[in-house]
Design a protein around this ligand. Structure first.
Ligand SMILES: [Zn+2]
Length: 363
């Protein structure tokens, strides 16, 4: 009996061990499958995130290279925008005091000649990739459209086509296209001298388009050096445009947009200054990204037409620049597709335009 009982217990213990080992093996197999699977999923997600960050960084890098690299070369300067620092409050206060003093001493004709040396060739390097900015309404150019649309203002989507950086060798072609569709746009121009360009400024203003300002020199390192340099550049361009076209422009688009991070002066100070000068600045809410490398006509059209339906007041940023032929190619399709949209009108910026501003005037 005793032997039988012991034998029975021994069998039970063995079967428990076997059962335990079987479970252990099953758990091990399951773990050896699940753990690598989990690690794989984690790594795939991590990789995807890293790739996205890399793409973003690459696109930002190419923008900076395009925007500041070429410009710095053109200027013969080595300023690295990243190294710029905001001025101290004391410096800014000093700038404002000097500006006010300068202002009261200056006649409009007394353009400071120190800033904004302009090369005759297009400074096409100015990418304003982030500049999808909108332009301030021009008083003189778009009265008719503004009045026509007045009654339907609340009902219709208003689309503003704006061009930065002109005039260029492309401007007349752009104006021809706009004419052929009966569309008025807004040009944020820089200072280009010579009869050839002067006739282009006059054509812009004389055709009912809005003439806005985009700095005379379009050289970030000079423009954003101080409030003084900014105001000198502004007045130089404003006066030049007035003498050339008879239009006293009151609309401004900051090179790089109001949210640029390269200005040595706090942008709020510059915005305040524009306010005092009764100038409205416009950024943008629809970026065509036509200043990014490798974009073609189809991409520009797609970028614009993706953005426009999102806004009741859509301000499209395009560039008027000799090295951006794809923008000119895209323009007819952009206009046709917008004109095909229900309850949508294309209008130039006017005093009635609600500004799109990336940063508000908080000072
Ligand atoms: Zn620009």
């Amino acid at each position: 009996m005793a032997t039988n009982t012991e034998g029975h217990r021994s069998d039970e213990a063995r079967s428990r061990r076997i059962s335990f080992l079987r479970k252990l093996i099953l758990v091990s197999i399951a773990a050896s499958c699940l753990i690598p699977t989990g690690i794989c999923i984690f790594l795939v997600m991590k990789n995807s995130h890293t790739n996205r960050m890399l793409e973003k960084a690459k696109s930002e890098l190419s923008w900076y290279e395009e925007h500041y690299g070429e410009e710095a070369l053109a200027d013969g300067e080595t300023d690295n925008p990243v190294e710029w620092h905001p001025k101290s409050a004391e410096d800014i206060a000093e700038d404002v005091r000097e500006e006010e003093k300068t202002e009261s001493d200056e006649t409009p004709e007394g353009e400071p000649e120190t800033d904004g040396e302009l090369t005759e060739s297009e400074p096409e390097a100015d990418g304003a990739p982030t500049e999808t900015d909108e332009a301030p309404p021009e008083e003189t150019s778009s009265q008719e459209t503004s009045d026509e649309e007045q009654g339907e203002r609340d009902d219709k989507r208003r689309v503003y086509i704006t061009f930065d950086d002109g005039p260029s060798t492309s401007t007349n072609t752009i104006l021809d296209i706009l004419d052929s569709y009966g569309v008025k746009a807004t040009f944020f121009v820089t200072g280009k001298e010579g009869e050839e360009y002067e006739s282009v400024y006059r054509r812009i203003a004389g055709s009912g388009h809005t003439l806005g300002m985009h700095s005379y020199s379009h050289k970030y390192s000079e423009l954003y050096e101080s409030l003084d340099s900014f105001s000198a550049d502004l007045h130089k361009l404003q006066t030049y445009l007035y003498e050339t076209t008879g239009v006293w422009s009151q609309y401004y688009r900051f090179p790089g947009g109001s949210s640029n991070t390269v200005s040595k002066v706090e942008m709020g100070k510059l915005i305040n200054y524009l306010d005092l000068e009764d100038i409205t600045y416009f950024d943008w809410n629809v970026a065509s990204s036509d200043d990014r490398g490798g974009v073609n006509k189809d991409i520009i059209v797609a970028n614009v037409m993706t953005g426009v339906p999102k806004f009741n007041e859509a301000i499209i940023l395009l560039h008027d620049s000799a090295d951006k032929p794809a923008t000119v190619e895209a323009l007819p399709e952009i206009i046709e597709q917008i004109q095909a949209m229900d309850d949508t009108v294309i209008v130039p910026i006017t005093d009635d335009t609600l500004p799109v501003q990336h940063i508000s005037n908080s000072q």
